[in-house]
Design a protein around this ligand. Structure first.
Ligand SMILES: [Zn+2]
Length: 125
C-alpha cells in the first residue's frame, strides 16, 4: 500500500481508527434497523406520549442519517487508502494537511475546499 502524502505511521493509525469507526457505525445502523423491524404497533391514546415518541424518533432519524453519511465518508476514505489516493483533496487534488487528517480522518477535502462546500446556499444569510 503506497500513500501519496501521509507518513506511514500516521496512515496506519488513521487506517486503524477508520476501520474501527466503520465497524461502530455499521453496528449502530444494523441495530437501528433491527429495532425498527421488531417494533410493534402500540395503541397509544395519550397525546403527550405520542408527541414524545415522535420527537424521539426524529432525533434518532437525524442521528442515524448522520451515521449513514459518516459511514459512507469513512468507507470511501478507506477505499482511497487502498487506491493510494488517500490524503489528497477530492476537489483540487492538493495534499490535505496531516493535522486535518488526524482530526478528521475521513475528510475528502482540504480546508479551502471544505470551506467552499460548507458555504450556505446563495441567497441565504
Ligand atoms: Zn481542495
Amino acid at each position: 500500500m503506497s500513500l501519496a502524502t501521509a507518513s506511514p505511521d500516521l496512515s496506519l493509525r488513521l487506517l486503524t481508527q477508520m476501520t474501527k469507526r466503520q465497524e461502530e457505525l455499521r453496528a449502530m445502523l444494523r441495530a437501528a434497523a433491527d429495532a425498527r423491524e421488531n417494533e410493534q404497533p402500540t395503541d397509544v391514546v395519550d397525546f403527550k406520549d405520542v408527541a414524545a415518541e415522535e420527537s424521539r424518533a426524529a432525533v434518532d432519524d437525524l442521528a442515524l442519517s448522520h451515521a449513514a453519511i459518516e459511514l459512507s465518508q469513512v468507507s470511501s476514505a478507506l477505499r482511497r487508502m487502498e487506491e493510494g489516493s488517500y490524503g489528497l483533496c477530492q476537489d483540487c487534488g492538493e495534499a490535505i494537511d496531516e493535522r486535518r487528517l488526524m482530526a478528521l480522518p475521513a475528510t475528502p477535502y482540504c480546508t479551502a475546499c471544505q470551506t467552499i462546500h460548507e458555504r450556505p446556499a446563495p441567497g441565504r444569510r
